[in-house]
Design a protein around this ligand. Sequence first.
Ligand SMILES: CC(C)(COP(=O)(O)OP(=O)(O)OC[C@H]1O[C@@H](n2cnc3c(N)ncnc32)[C@H](O)[C@@H]1OP(=O)(O)O)[C@@H](O)C(=O)NCCC(=O)NCCS
Length: 201
Amino acid sequence: MSEFKQFNLSSILTQLGEERTKRILSSFYCPLNKDVEEFCRSKAIEFSKRGFAQTYLIFWQEGIEKEFIGYYTIAMRHFTVCKKHLSNKMFSRVKQHGTYDNSTGEYIISAPLIAQLSKNFADGNDTLISGSEILQMAIERIRKIQQEIGGKFLYLECEEKEKLLTFYEKNNFVSFGKRKLDKDETNLEGACLIQLLQYQN
Ligand SMILES: CC(C)(COP(=O)(O)OP(=O)(O)OC[C@H]1O[C@@H](n2cnc3c(N)ncnc32)[C@H](O)[C@@H]1OP(=O)(O)O)[C@@H](O)C(=O)NCCC(=O)NCCS
């Protein structure tokens, strides 16, 4: 019987050492999004060591066979929200959890960011898991963290592409704004990223 297993990159580093871990990460391939590919191959270890973000690798396992099928990365982020693009219900939740900024008239919220999320398209491994399954793993991990420390919101950003927005909206995220790309965000398309929120009931 096959099953999914997820491991924190820091634990993999401790167990296997840097060379073997890098070999696993370099087997990640994502032709649809070079940013998620480059992050996995070249940045995830450094971000993990420096505590900027934690990455979880997902494997499909059946007997002794094991395939690297995807990953997600979580970090903390603060962002601002204004009423314009939110329903009344969502905005009242933002008001309860956020801090009002007098100078901008916006609310500042701190929340876990799903910073990266992708299937591994190498060797057809993307057929072994769906995007929603990876997203649910990330959400479930964040839910457990928030049960310990509080917090109700999840935050993410994605390129302005209809298929990505449909994917996140299908998974109960709502878009509320746009953020201009930073100068170093060169692997992404467009000038802005769409910002999305989810509230955990
Ligand atoms: C986004 C993702 C997790 C969704 O997985 P899924 O729900 O199982 O759906 P699929 O992989 O079948 O993708 C659905 C459609 O979106 C398209 N798509 C996925 N990611 C895309 C991207 N970054 N840019 C453009 N189109 C994309 C797929 O080509 C597919 O198109 P089709 O319906 O014409 O075949 C997965 O496609 C993925 O890993 N994409 C690459 C990484 C990525 O872009 N992550 C999001 C970062 S914000």
